[in-house]
Design a protein around this ligand. Structure first.
Ligand code: ARG
Length: 467
């Protein structure tokens, strides 16, 4: 198919370089954005008298018909064009004739492609944010249902202090909340329109850049035309946000894998979110949690790949920038898919409360509370720590938990113990007394859930963002 730039050439591009240079097979995904941007550009050319009103209207009509036909599946995009911009322009000319050749007045593919990527990213941010919020909804309902589901909290993957499942999920709620906020921030910063920057140095036509910016829902036009055509940090920021989302999903996935082991048995995944083994009939594997963990590497790779593309690029546009697309498309598809999967996996999973509670009871998660008990009786904390340490050793040797000891056994270590020790170190008390803001105690948790609900309600109103 003829290129947009054939005039000064006497030979065709070699077939091997053409294969390397063409981007149509991956940038065809931008057809909506490309046509929408072109419609705004044509309207502006008409409004400014750069094209006659008739010419502009004719172009807009032609572009709209291409959009509608693509949307309805009546038209498809073959791979034998250089890129999506060439396809749209050639199709326009084929449909409306010579007026179509006027569309590219005062524009370059450099500002055009930057615009397309900004429009695409804006929608992608909204789509990913919606999936994040759906996951947050599932997480908060798990929090609401599990304020009294006791489980061990871990440090170093060793049982540490008792918490609740609500508290554990609350931590993930916060992570995904910050992810949402980061995306919102990224959207605000990227929302400036590059259209009208031309190849790099603007144009001599009296374009109205504020008009196209407004028409396309941007806050304003960008300030500097060289920056506009060569900036891809809006994509890097988005990719960083996606990499962080994947890191959070991966941590959660790792915990699901651990909780799903035969040893832990905290969680039972729904059959729809598990797989079997071709050889071992007993297996029920958490493949999708594992895959999410694995795909995290791929999204990190997408970020690294674009960072590396960008690091040595002189101003302004260089063809290297064409390499911005596949990593972004891949990262969005991957992160969106994993978010959706995680929401489904969590909302269908069942949690074995009895196993979790038993697990919290064994493993001395109440040792700190036992030490605190002695502190309340006037024993200095360092001494109390030592006494309880010796008691833990004694319990390990005798196969007991702290709560299993008789009062007589308690007295062997300190005469400060009374019969109220049993209540003081019961799982329920240990959790309930943790009432500092952000702690798992019921009252503190109530406040956390209320604040989280409130945030979620507000966040939902924001999406899709109306610019
Ligand atoms: N396919 C190109 C890209 O993605 C479009 C811009 C081409 N511009 C140019 N000066 N060759 O970057």
């Amino acid at each position: 198919m003829a290129q947009l730039w054939g005039g000064r050439f006497t030979k065709q591009t070699s077939s091997t370089t053409k294969q390397l240079g063409d981007s149509i097979y991956f940038d065809k995904i931008l057809w909506r954005e490309d046509i929408t941007g072109s419609i705004a550009h044509a309207k502006m050319l008409g409004k400014q008298g750069i094209l006659t009103k008739e010419e502009a209207d004719h172009i807009v009509e032609g572009l709209q018909s291409i959009y509608d036909d693509l949307d309805a599946g009546k038209l498809s995009i073959p791979n034998d064009y250089e890129d999506i911009h060439s396809f749209v322009e050639a199709t326009l000319i084929a449909r409306i004739g010579d007026d179509g050749k006027r569309l590219h007045t005062g524009r370059s593919r450099n500002d055009q492609v930057a615009l397309d990527m900004k429009l695409w990213t804006r929608n992608a941010i909204d789509m990913v944010s919606e999936k994040l919020l759906a996951l947050e909804e599932t997480i908060i309902s798990l929090m609401e249902k599990n304020t009294e589901t006791f489980m061990p909290g871990f440090t170093h993957l060793q049982k540490a202090q008792p918490v609740t499942l609500a508290h554990h999920f609350g931590a993930y709620f916060e992570m995904f909340k910050r992810d949402c906020q980061r995306l919102k921030d990224c959207r605000l910063r990227e929302n400036f329109c590059p259209l009208g920057s031309g190849a790099l140095a603007g144009t001599t036509y009296p374009l109205d850049r504020a008009f196209t910016a407004k028409e396309l829902g941007f806050t304003a036009p960008t300030e500097n035309s060289m920056d506009s055509v060569s900036d891809r940090d809006f994509l890097l920021e988005f990719l960083s946000d996606l990499a962080i989302i994947m890191m959070h999903l991966s941590r959660l996935s790792e915990e699901i894998c651990i909780w799903n082991t035969n040893e832990y048995r905290y969680i039972e995944l729904d059959d729809a979110f598990s797989t079997g083994s071709s050889i071992m009939p007993q297996k029920k594997n958490p493949d999708f949690a594992e895959l999410t963990r694995g795909k995290t590497g791929r999204v990190y790779g997408d970020l690294m790949s674009l960072l590396t593309v960008m690091k040595g690029l002189p101003l302004a546009y260089d063809k290297d920038l064409q390499e911005d697309k596949e990593p972004v498309f891949d990262a969005v598809t991957t992160a969106a898919g994993c978010l959706e999967m995680m929401e489904g996996m969590l909302s269908t999973a069942s949690f074995r409360k009895d196993v979790m509670e038993r697990s919290a009871k064994h493993g001395f998660t109440n040792a700190t509370d036992a030490a605190d008990y002695l502190v309340c009786k006037g024993v200095p904390f360092r001494d109390a720590h030592g006494i309880i340490g010796q008691m833990v050793l004694y319990c390990i040797d005798n196969g007991k938990a702290l709560d299993d000891l008789t009062l007589e056994e308690f007295h062997r270590f300190s005469d400060q113990f009374d019969s109220d020790i049993y209540d003081a170190i019961s799982l329920k008390t240990c959790v309930e007394k943790r009432l500092t803001k952000g702690a798992p105690g019921e009252k503190a948790m109530e406040e956390e859930i209320q604040n989280s609900r409130q945030w979620l309600r507000e966040a939902k109103k924001d999406i899709p963002v109306q610019a």
